[in-house]
Write a protein that binds this ligand. Sequence first.
Ligand code: CMC
Length: 429
Amino acid sequence: MANDKATLSIGEKSWDFSVRQASVGPDIIDIASLYKETGAFTFDPGFTSTASCESDITFIDGDEGVLLHRGYAIDELADKGDFLETCYLLLYGELPNKAEGDAFRERVTMHTMVHEQMNKFYTGFRRDAHPMAIMCGVVGALSAFYHDSTDISDENQRMIASLRMIAKMPTLAAMAHKYHIGQPFVYPRNDLDYASNFLHMCFAVPTEDYKVNPVLARAMDKIFTLHADHEQNASTSTVRLAGSSGANPFACIAAGIACLWGPAHGGANEAALNMLQEIGTVDRIPEYVKRAKDKNDPFRLMGFGHRVYKNYDPRAKIMQETTHEVLKELGIKDDPTLEVAMELERIALTDEYFIEKKLYPNIDFYSGITLRALGFPTNMFTVLFAVARTVGWIAQWKEMIEDPKQKIGRPRQLYTGPTSRPYMDVSKR
Ligand code: CMC
């Protein structure tokens, strides 16, 4: 859009609104004064055309299949860097030099333990509780354990809360897993890197030595990097909206976790693997593709389609490579689920319905196969997504709080209910 203003006409009247240029991607029409000037609201359920904030953290070009964090492509960050480096980048805006990176790692590592009293908190849940249900509860409870970092007007407290959450989320997630399977909690080990420590806390038992496989730890780290941030998705927008009222960051991240759980968002990796296993064999794929295309059938191909990507999700490509690396390392030659996934992808990508609607595999299509091979039960998949996305939520929350123009989020509505009417006594209803 070359113009710097957009004109809106309603009947005889017209108004000019300024057009603001994005550094890359679509420009926006600034309608903040629309109601004041015209008395009308805009209507955009699902925010399909509405920018809810200004941000310089993450950029997605959905048509080209590009994802950039602070200008760096996701494939380079995943291949050449590691998760904590991406965390630093998201939080501070630049890649760290060696000293900055080391200091950051040290600071995060110092916070990996959780308050011992939290162990008791876990035992209040049923053993068969879904680990995401446990996560919603325990992350919300962090604000009851770490009061000294809930003052959002204090920059230092904001940063401590941020580091605490990045550091403690793997510990809380591993504890949810251990609790669910009835094994003792494993304390974090600060001599291990972020991903290795997580695998250790999830899979070690007190009776045996557990040696972390470096290939699997690298794969885990890549999975974390791929999920670190994804601009204004549903859970991030939830965190921003919750935070806009001045709620403390632990409460806001708990809200994000609740939103992430849904099958249209973070729950899709669990749903995708369940679907691939249900399909079972390659010969049953056409039946499922037919169902996905049937308007009268609510079934959708899980792990396919995206609100923003109308091309191959760049994270899905890296995830597919990671899947192969993990299966090779574990000596799994013929994985029937992978076989179904690859054939389903091939069929869908050549099918007119999927081509026309621009439905490509998203990150969740292959992540379930990889996570299962790493040893995680399906109900942990979304928890792992939450561990990784915590830094994105935190970076976006901090950006919002530190924006001097920040206001409480308060959407409007198109009211279609009854107009004012008198209260009717119960005997007359
Ligand atoms: N299988 C079959 N048809 C689909 C699918 C699918 N997976 N996804 C979209 N469509 C169809 C849909 O029926 C609609 O058709 P029509 O125009 O004829 O009504 C059209 O494509 C557009 O779909 P939409 O629901 O309007 O698109 P959306 O942007 O609101 O939804 C989505 C995006 C991701 C929720 C959706 O594609 C979906 O439900 N996918 C499966 C769940 C999934 O894999 N989610 C993970 C997203 S990536 C991880 C994350 O960021 O959380």
